[in-house]
Design a protein around this ligand. Structure first.
Ligand code: FMN
Length: 320
């Protein structure tokens, strides 16, 4: 185990920025993380990956672990509820040499937090949170972080106990999404609670929830006393959020084409289909693009998609 203090480990991870890309399952895969890397040097994190699947060497699970060296600093996020299995998964992940391992303790999805008892369900069991943390930290060769919500529901906002359990277990930093699990994505993230945690925690805190621009990220960073902040949904279809300004239509289109090419490189022909959900998000930000939306998400030929996208540059120029 690395014996450096958590704060030093955090500082070393964030030398190139402390506005993280949040994990968004199905979106923040290796190609997207490489695109985000063009705009920020700050840490990125894989989507949640089953510790059980890693230990059992499930092919689909192992595919999710793949990343490119360009993506560093990169955290691999694992989920599970059995401390020994989380430890074994961390030991297996060591071979891939991620920059850190992140423990998912915030996912409210039924398949994770329901009968599985993982993700956000762990918030109901601080003793287990500590055991999982200790076990993972003891097996990991890199810093271990955790991503939590502020409690299970309104009646159990036990974030103080959870933060203590994590810190006692040897966690290096904690990301706090300022909602309860039962809130899912409703309402707004509670940044007063995030600030309270940041002011009282012995380990660095990364605040998360509803950040919609670089300016907002800087404002949250300053007002919450967090050591970092994390942007999730607003980075999808909008990776330039980390740069603070929208590129020209021409530059955006060439970036989208680059993203498409990375998707094909990573997934093969299936990459074109998997790119659709990104295209739908990207075109929100591009003038005159709504008219080609339907076509973009039905075409299966890469060259046709590129031609449609390039057509948007001319449409934009004609408009000016
Ligand atoms: C579709 C979707 C998938 C998500 N997948 C993950 C995940 O795999 N791991 C995780 O820790 N959080 C996941 N999250 C939560 C985000 O990382 C983040 O905490 C949340 O969206 C709040 O931040 P935002 O308001 O900036 O989006 C997901 C959120 C959404 C909407």
């Amino acid at each position: 185990m690395d014996s450096r203090a958590p704060i030093e480990q955090f500082n070393q991870l964030t030398t190139k920025g402390n506005i993280f890309l949040a994990p968004i399952a199905g979106f923040t895969d290796s190609p997207f993380r490489r695109i985000v890397r063009k705009f920020t040097g700050a840490p990125v994190i894989t989507e949640l990956i089953s510790a059980d699947g890693i230990v059992r060497e499930n092919k689909k699970t192992l595919d999710l672990l793949k990343f490119h060296d360009d993506e560093r600093p990169l955290g691999i996020q694992i989920f599970g509820k059995i401390p020994e299995i989380m430890g074994e998964a961390a030991a297996a992940v060591n071979d891939l040499k991620p920059d850190f391992i992140d423990l998912n303790m915030g996912c409210p999805a039924m398949r994770v937090s329901g009968s599985g008892g993982s993700g956000a369900a762990l918030l109901r069991d601080p003793v287990r949170v500590r055991e999982i943390t200790e076990k993972t930290v003891s097996k990991a060769l890199v810093p271990v972080s955790a991503k939590i919500r502020i409690g299970w529901d309104d009646g159990s906002k036990n974030y103080r106990d959870i933060v203590k359990a994590l810190a006692d277990g040897g966690i290096s930093f904690i990301t706090v999404h300022g909602r309860t699990a039962s809130q899912r994505y409703r309402g707004t993230a509670d940044w007063d609670v995030i600030r309270e945690i940041a002011e009282t925690s012995s380990v660095p805190i990364v605040g998360n929830g509803d950040i919609s621009s670089l300016g907002k990220a800087m404002e949250r960073l300053n007002s919450s006393r967090c050591s970092g902040v994390m942007i999730g949904r607003c980075a999808i279809g909008n990776p330039w959020i980390f740069a603070g300004e929208k590129p020209s239509t021409e530059k955006m289109i060439s970036l989208i084409i680059e993203h498409l090419e990375l998707m094909i490189e990573f997934y093969g022909a299936r990459g074109v289909i998997l790119m659709r959900k990104h295209l739908v998000k990207y075109i929100h930000g591009i003038r005159n693009a709504s008219s080609v939306r339907r076509e973009l998400v039905t075409v299966t030929d890469k060259e046709k998609i590129i031609a449609i996208l390039q057509g948007l540059i001319y449409a934009d120029e004609a408009h000016q």
